[in-house]
Design a protein around this ligand. Structure first.
Ligand SMILES: [Mg+2]
Length: 270
């Protein structure tokens, strides 16, 4: 896949978290956040008047814990919950899915049993079963999950990297990105979305359909994303280059008299 063009300050930026900004760890709680990353997100958000959102399968409180003190726009649980740039939180209500999840809880508890290699996360509006510690059980777990979801039309199954997730139908990362793009400060900007996993394909399709830039992280694979970056490290470098570019422009503006400062990004540097 082609490398993406440089990130422009006029573009709205959407970022997946695990496998995109952060290396995947054996357990979800073990990921590490490089010390400069929250500040870089803050800088990228400042450049575009707040039009940066994290779009993750994790709940919002986990996203906030990982990236503190940064606390900008974010979609959690693959778009079920969404914090707008102004801080207001939206949740997509789906009563039929809630009932279906209640039917699944006891089955998942039985499957997990005393097996410590399986981690069951109950996010109230979604359920996730991680098997990163027992990858040899992948076929068995995926087959069971698929059979259960086939009988639950209000749910969809996401078979991600070492995880199966039970999600309400109708909310996905593409829908979350579309909802952000209908509001300030995202509205009117060309979108960029970076992700690495199957759940990110909805986001890639949404962004590509709007003429934006969809970037998949990892080795080349069939995808709706037209652009690729090989590793998490490459994503961070690509983002950092954009952060530095504006820093350089801002310091140049400070050195120049107001009437000759470069105008391109001026309104957004604040
Ligand atoms: Mg990911």
């Amino acid at each position: 896949m082609r490398p993406p063009p440089p990130l422009d300050a006029q573009m709205a930026l959407f970022l997946d978290v695990d496998g995109t900004l952060l290396e995947i760890a054996p357990r979800p709680q073990d990921v590490s956040v490089p010390s400069g990353l929250p500040a870089l997100l803050g800088e990228l958000a400042r450049q575009r008047n707040g039009a940066v959102a994290l779009v993750s399968g994790r709940p919002l409180d986990e996203i906030d814990r990982l990236f503190q003190p940064w606390r900008g726009a974010a979609a959690g649980l693959h778009g079920i919950v969404r914090r707008r740039a102004d801080g207001a939180v939206d949740r997509v209500a789906n009563p039929a899915a809630a009932v279906a999840l209640d039917r699944l809880r006891p089955r998942l508890a039985t499957l997990k049993g005393a097996e410590t290699g399986l981690i069951l996360e109950d996010h109230i509006w979604a359920l996730a079963l991680h098997y990163r510690a027992v990858p040899e059980r992948e076929c068995e777990i995926r087959a069971l999950a698929k059979a259960w979801v086939q009988r639950e039309p209000a749910l969809r199954l996401i078979a991600g990297k070492m995880v199966v997730e039970f999600q309400p139908t109708g909310s996905d990362k593409g829908a979350a990105i579309a909802a952000f793009l209908a509001e300030p400060p995202f509205a009117g900007r060309s979108p960029v979305f970076i992700g690495d996993d199957v759940t990110d394909e909805d986001g890639f399709a949404e962004v590509s359909g709007r003429g934006g830039i969809a970037i998949r992280v990892g080795p080349p694979k069939p995808s709706r994303a037209a652009y690729g970056l090989a590793t998490v490290e490459a994503v961070r470098r690509w983002l950092a280059a954009a952060g530095r570019k504006v820093e350089a422009t801002a310091s140049l503006e400070r050195q120049l008299p107001a009437d000759v400062s470069p105008g391109e990004n001026k309104g957004e540097l604040g």
